[in-house]
Design a protein. Sequence first.
Length: 291
Amino acid sequence: MAPRMHLFFAVLVASVIGAPVGLPPVAATGPEPEPSAVPSRVMVVGDSIALSLIPNLEQAGAALGVELLSAALNGCGVIVGQPTHPDGTPYIDVVQDTRLCVGTAMAAQNAILTSQPPDVIVWMSGWESWPDRVVDGQLVRFNTLTGNNVILAKIDEAVRRLTAGGARLVFVPVAPKAYPSQVGFPNIPGDFRVTQLNKMLRNYASDHPDLVSFVDLPALICPTGAPCPAEPVPGIRPRDRDGFHFIDPGAQWVADQLMPVILEPPPPPPPVPTCTRATVGQGAATAPECD
């Protein structure tokens, strides 16, 4: 394996919250943990970017004995709320009428959660960074204090609904656009919002390691940061059509890298200290002092 791919795997594994980048692993104390069961069923939720990678994830999963189920939909994110124009009117394009997302996205997710409960759920969506959105009758704008608080609350709401049955949730954030592409066009403000959304998801995962882990897809396909290169590695162009959606043969390369990391269980939490050593200025200890 090339040195660059070794680096990528180090970044991806470290991106599963709990494993710090650049530091050697801390030796575990106590008895060896029981080996985790290999997930047998993975569900993907998200938008058309996720949908474009589904055939490749299916193939990568099948090679590992994993069934892949899709609740991803064109033009729809994961959280509730309708993407709109700045004046609050519905956003409609040739692909999707976003008014349809309000009922269909959650219904598609809940149908699978009820009938074929997954072991792992992959969240891959960029629509949460759409600049304007109506949520509970309120027009909110991404990257404002009020708007981000509302979006974060809806992310939390969706996470808790998706994981209520015991599934492990993995954020796999989308990357800013790749340049150049065949029919894509520059969208610098959109690239910035996607980067901000990824920070939001990473922070949420860091704050909720019991619910969510984070696999850094942009580290794979956008290793130098925005603007993303068309070829993350020489000869591989996974988003060559429009800079956003995945297309073969590069798409299969991406799925083959992602699937093993998605299936990897998150690291166990650090052991709870049985005592603390008193130091000057330490204040009240949260555990008994050591003898």
